[in-house]
Design a protein around this ligand. Sequence first.
Ligand code: G3I
Length: 467
Amino acid sequence: MIAHSALHRINRAIAHEWHGTRTAPYLLHDGERLPREVPSPRWHSNGALATGGWRRGPRALRPSHRCGPRDESRYCRTVKTWQLGLRRIAKILLYVSAAAFALAILAAAYLFWPRSYARTYVDAPATTDAVAPLASAARFRLGAAVHDTEVDTFAAAAGRDFNSMTPANATKWGNLLVGGKLGKYDFTTADALVELALAKATHLRGHALVWGRYPGAGHPSDLEDVLKAAPDPKQRLEQILREHIDAVLAHFHGRIPQWDVVNEPLHFWKPIWDDNVFYRTLGPEFVATAFRLAHAADPSLELVLNEQLPQYDDEHAEKFFEIVQQLQQSGVPVHGVGLQSHVLMVLPSVASLEAYMHRIAELGLFIEITELDVRLRLFADDPDPYAAQGRYFRDLAAACARQPACRGITLWGISDRFTWIDEEPPFRWMQPNDPLLFDQDNRRKPAYLGIIDALRRAPPTRTGRLP
Ligand code: G3I
């Protein structure tokens, strides 16, 4: 109470002082002592209240006086100067945010506005060669990942347009399990696809034994909980991995000669390990463990470490290269590197890919481009985006054909009618993605012709390179 009335009086006194009439002594009106916690105002030696003290002083000491338009007291002048400054800052901030907002709207409109581009290739000659025989002649694997919606399309295209196949989802750990949970396997869907590929005499890639993303697809949906309940989660995970790898490799023995043993060990955007259930439980060692188990289960297999890299000359690519190098130098049975090559936001230069493949080849490992798709909108600035996309496919295929260690390319899909990119935010709103070799009507795009062009020019020394 005392403190409150003292403060009130001080405030009044200060207001009075700032207002021009200096009658300071009534501060200690009635001889009342100021409470300890209230800081004393600063005084000049002549008894006047020190100016400017209000700025530094506690809130309670600031005057509550309102300044009128003609009030020229020192306090009011200071207040007005500050108010003017603040108003200017607020105005600038308003203009800046309005400009940023407008820019964001324009950028969003540019990125998301649906577009369509002229399909000049519709008139491409119907007599064009099929690409698969050319690929086989150049000992080059040209594959397609087959989603369950595309099985019939693949059946028609196998042998003519593709000489290799990867089940896009059917051989993933979680998808092989009944209900996606640890326990019983159901190989029915995967077997049908594998048998189709074998009937069409195409090469097969298995995808993927261990993947930390998509619980229920990439790995069992209950894996995390099972490990939490285990007395020794490390030991339990090693046992689960062994049982899974043994079961799957025994089942496909003699049919699928090459496997992505670990898929995407790195974080999607950053050059760090992906923080998934395998990494959390076993540390980075989980990769070596999986490869050793796969090699022990079937030493005849080619074992691949598969990763998505947005660029080939940045920190992300460097981190992945270090992992590969370390595995290889520690004698872990890694035989090849899968470069997924989903080209989504930026076009990596083909020269950078070529240089990166060269470094991998120097380690003594082979390379597969495992999941190629290239979004059409990345060529939006070209007068003919489909043609520009075709040139990119051509140059990329030529780079792979030139590199002796590059086994070939698998496209992550067949026709633009179905691509995972059309389902994935934000790309689903940034159409057309049209990232594959065939268009919505199953016509061959310049991308297809680009690969033909590259294979026709493949160095003759390629022959005989595939196992
Ligand atoms: O099967 C259901 C279907 O019944 C349902 O109607 C439909 C509704 O969306 O979903 C269907 O399942 C989807 C499945 O693909 C089949 O298309 C899943 O939701 C969806 O999550 C699943 O996505 C797959 C994803 O991996 C996760 O397994 C994509 O098709 C597949 O293209 C994608 O492939 C990955 C590679 O394995 C690794 N590299 C990246 C690549 C793209 O994400």
